[in-house]
Design a protein around this ligand. Structure first.
Ligand SMILES: [Zn+2]
Length: 154
């Protein structure tokens, strides 16, 4: 069971759960990985944060630009603007997906088996359910949805 931080060309970061490193490589090769927020197919594994921090930690309080991949954000974007952009993307994504709630694992499995038509779904799955899906070769993306969005949708 592997959990990778993945990122798309637009700078979105999300988690992908895979049965193994090979599973990740295969899904990527077959272009099965897409960004859950914008649908971008150029998904790459991100370097983990601890590795990125190692180089600049001791002697370079200000890391040189270009030394680490940065999300494609305007350099002068305020935190508030970035948050607003994030909320906007999340709302669009939620509008395009069907909320199946606690049935997420069984719905994802049914789609994988061809029992029901493929469609974009979201919902809740326990860590164990997510692991079982990954072991069956079913790609699951974990992203946290801010409470503020949940509220505005109701
Ligand atoms: Zn994206």
């Amino acid at each position: 069971m592997k959990v990778f931080d993945l990122g798309c060309a637009q700078g979105h970061v999300f988690e992908g759960w895979f049965a193994s490193e090979d599973d990740y490589a295969q899904q990527r090769q077959r272009a099965l990985l897409t960004c859950p927020m914008c649908g971008d197919g150029q998904v790459e594994k991100k370097l983990s944060a601890p590795r990125l921090n190692l180089r600049s930690a001791a002697h370079e309080p200000h890391a040189a630009p270009g030394s680490a991949p940065e999300p494609a954000q305007a350099p002068d974007a305020t935190e508030q603007q970035m948050h607003a952009a994030y909320l906007h993307v999340m709302r669009e994504w939620m509008a395009k997906t069907e909320d199946v709630g606690q049935r997420f694992a069984s719905e994802a499995r049914a789609m994988h088996l061809g029992d029901v038509p493929e469609r974009a779904i979201r919902g809740q799955a326990s860590a164990q359910e997510a692991q079982e899906l990954a072991e069956e070769g079913i790609q699951v993306l974990r992203i946290g949805i801010p409470d503020s969005i949940k509220q505005t949708l109701q």
